[in-house]
Design a protein around this ligand. Structure first.
Ligand SMILES: Nc1ncnc2c1ncn2[C@@H]1O[C@H](COP(=O)(O)OP(=O)(O)OP(=O)(O)O)[C@@H](O)[C@H]1O
Length: 247
């Protein structure tokens, strides 16, 4: 994936100021940044969900906004807060997503079985997605992003609200996926996760790219948390400003 000069304004205020980033094929790319930095906005523009005000995004050489159908064919997306067809059961949702991707019904059925089992949702398959917990919803949406076997996965906060056992399962699925030639881009606030999983990392703050490269290039011998805090700046609470909280 390659993005060049992506910009976006909401109500006249620019929140992404021309971000460019190259994600090498086969990399596991972590995007980190403080709340409101512009990670979701940037990933939404790169994956064809939010029209940029300027700039371009290419997936496997295909221009996302000029040829969205072609660009999206090899892409799986887990968006943050995106609504889904939640009046379907987990099995129905996976079947629906597989069929609208143009896959054969037999293949959809086989992959649905294996995804429900892999994400430990097989026992819940009769439940409507609207009644799923936050972590279960994350898992079924991740399964939906995988059913057409994309070569690139873009995941916004894939482990948020997920229990430790499921998180371990998701980590293993993603690591195997990259080992077998896939490319993953994920945003996260959890530095340990990014340091443990990712080969590359980008730090975004206030709508700008502060650093990008391999994990070692970015953290330069230190920890990612320290690099992040040094670049983004600390968030000290002024002494006494919450004194009313003290008993
Ligand atoms: N639809 C919208 N309308 C108005 N402002 C928006 C909209 N979407 C995002 N913003 C603003 O754009 C900025 C960047 O938001 P974004 O969600 O991209 O940040 P983020 O880095 O993903 O944050 P977080 O880590 O908290 O999820 C924020 O100031 C946010 O309020």
């Amino acid at each position: 994936m390659s993005i060049r000069g992506l910009r976006k304004s909401f109500s006249g205020t620019e929140v992404v100021h021309g971000i460019s980033l190259d994600v090498p094929r086969g990399s596991f790319y972590g995007i980190v940044g403080p709340n409101g930095a512009g990670k979701t906005t940037t990933l939404s523009m790169a994956t064809g969900m939010l029209r940029p005000d300027g700039g371009t995004a290419h997936v496997a050489g295909v221009d996302m906004w000029a040829q969205p159908e072609r660009a999206k064919a090899g892409l799986g997306v887990l968006a943050d807060g995106l609504r889904t067809f939640d009046r379907l059961t987990g099995r129905e949702l996976l079947t629906y997503v597989g069929l609208i991707r143009g896959m054969e019904a037999d293949t959809v059925a086989t992959r649905t079985d294996s995804l429900l089992a892999a994400f430990d949702l097989a026992g819940e398959e009769g439940k409507l997605v609207v009644d799923y917990s936050a972590g279960m919803t994350k898992k079924i949406l991740l399964a939906s992003a995988l059913i057409h076997a994309p070569r690139l996965l873009v995941l916004d906060e894939p482990l948020e609200a997920v229990d430790p056992v499921s998180a371990q399962v998701i980590r293993k699925i993603l690591t195997d996926y990259v080992r077998n030639g896939g490319t993953v881009v994920l945003s996260s606030h959890v530095m340990e996760l990014v340091e443990g999983l990712c080969t590359h990392v980008a730090i975004i703050a206030k709508g700008e790219l502060l650093a990008a490269g391999t994990l070692d290039e970015v953290r330069r011998g230190g920890s990612l948390v320290q690099t992040f805090i040094d670049m983004v700046g600390g968030g000290a609470v002024a002494e006494g400003s919450l004194s009313w909280l003290e008993s």
